[in-house]
Design a protein around this ligand. Structure first.
Ligand code: KG4
Ligand code: ZN
Length: 356
């Protein structure tokens, strides 16, 4: 394994910009010797705009990013008591995500960097999630990132992705498995819609499940015994739909039971396959990240695991944010050959960017 010296730079201020889906976000990260510190972190969620459609409408999201981008940047600079002249490196999410949404943050970042003669690196949104557990809990709190232990296994569970990634260094990723159809978060959102709960579905299902019975319905655990590390949630979603069709009067009690039983099925598959991968790849460190990692029940189930260290990002970094993009951008800047700064102006958004 190649050991990368991440920390030869003594001081750097990074501006991170995230607009891949329905959050417009900006953050300012300071790297000083071995520590990182957040100086500002602003996330503006568009949930209220999209909830009446039951999901994110790409055109609406991109327009809203356009409206919000500059006010959010102004806010984050105010929070950090800095201006653009203090920034050394700008990093925007390049992908994956919604094409026109990505373009807003990417073009804004490139324009800022170009106009103020700053460095620019594009960030991979998925790597933002992978390293989000390193971010400090509070503004101004310091975290020593030289102590990061490798390898760790990341279960990345979000609205668009469900992946198991073995992380053996800051630039060493191996994709072990992924969903073959729906992402875990997407399944939460779709089942919530069937139950006529709100959007996004994850938190709604989680709330309803607290009042339900985990074993009221025996939903399938797709691919739980397969030899690979892939996932599948489409069949589980359909199983919920069939069950609902059989019931004439869907009471609140039934809704809660379905939510609890569905959540139990998803969590069992996620925990079981992650542990199997940890065993096969002989790692004692697991990181669970992405929007679904906010799920309380999933956290509790991983909490029961013995002899393995399971880490989660702080709740505010489970969903999309720019702090993780600033960090992913810094890491990319340090580990890659992204030294040639002439070509960033021609970078394009990559809606289907993968982790490796
Ligand atoms: O990481 P994220 O904010 O955006 C993507 O990159 O996709 O993840 C959003 C997903 C949504 O599907 C949402 O329903 C899910 O994360 N989510 C949850 C919870 N909070 C958010 N799923 C389960 N339980 C939660 N508490
Ligand atoms: Zn995300």
């Amino acid at each position: 394994m190649i050991k990368i010296k991440l920390l030869e730079v003594n001081y750097m201020i990074i501006l991170g910009i995230e607009t891949s889906c329905d959050e417009t976000a900006a953050a300012i990260l300071e790297v000083k010797n071995k520590t990182i510190r957040l100086l500002g972190n602003v996330v503006d969620s568009q949930i209220s705009l999209h909830e009446k459609f039951g999901g994110v409408v790409p055109e609406v999201a991109a327009r809203e990013h356009m409206n919000n981008m500059l006010p959010i940047l102004r806010l984050v600079f105010q929070e950090a008591s800095l201006d653009l002249s203090a920034v050394d490196l700008v990093s925007s999410t390049q992908g994956p995500g919604l094409a026109t949404s990505l373009m807003v943050g990417l073009e804004t970042g490139k324009s800022l960097a170009w106009s103020a003669d700053k460095k620019f690196v594009p960030a991979n949104h998925l790597l933002g999630h992978v390293f989000s557990w390193l971010l400090p809990g509070e503004i101004n709190e310091k975290v020593d990132i030289s102590k990061t232990e490798f390898p760790f296994l990341t279960l990345l569970v979000s609205g668009g992705h469900t992946e198991l990634v073995l992380v053996s260094g800051y630039n060493d990723f191996k994709l072990l498995g992924r969903t073959l159809d729906d992402a875990a978060g997407e399944a939460f959102d779709k089942v919530a819609k069937m139950l006529e709960l709100g959007y996004p579905g994850g938190p709604e299902i989680s709330r309803a499940a607290l009042k339900g019975r985990r074993n009221a319905f025996l939903f399938p655990r797709p691919l739980i015994k397969s030899d690979d590390f892939n996932f599948s949630f489409a069949g589980l979603k359909t199983a919920v739909l069939y069950e609902l069709k059989k019931i004439e009067n869907i009471t609140e009690k039934i809704r809660n039971d379905i939510a609890a039983s569905f959540e139990a099925a998803v969590a069992e598959v996620l925990v079981s396959k992650t542990l199997k991968a940890a065993q096969k790849y002989n790692t004692k460190n697991i990181v669970v990240a992405g929007g679904v990692s906010a799920n309380k029940y999933l956290r509790e189930e991983f909490g029961k695991v013995k002899d393995i260290n399971v880490k989660f990002p702080y709740l505010k970094y489970t969903g999309d944010n720019a702090a993780m993009i600033a960090l992913a951008g810094y890491i990319k800047f340090k580990v890659s050959n992204f030294k040639s700064q002439d070509d960033y102006l021609s970078l394009k958004a990559l809606p289907n960017l993968t982790i490796v």
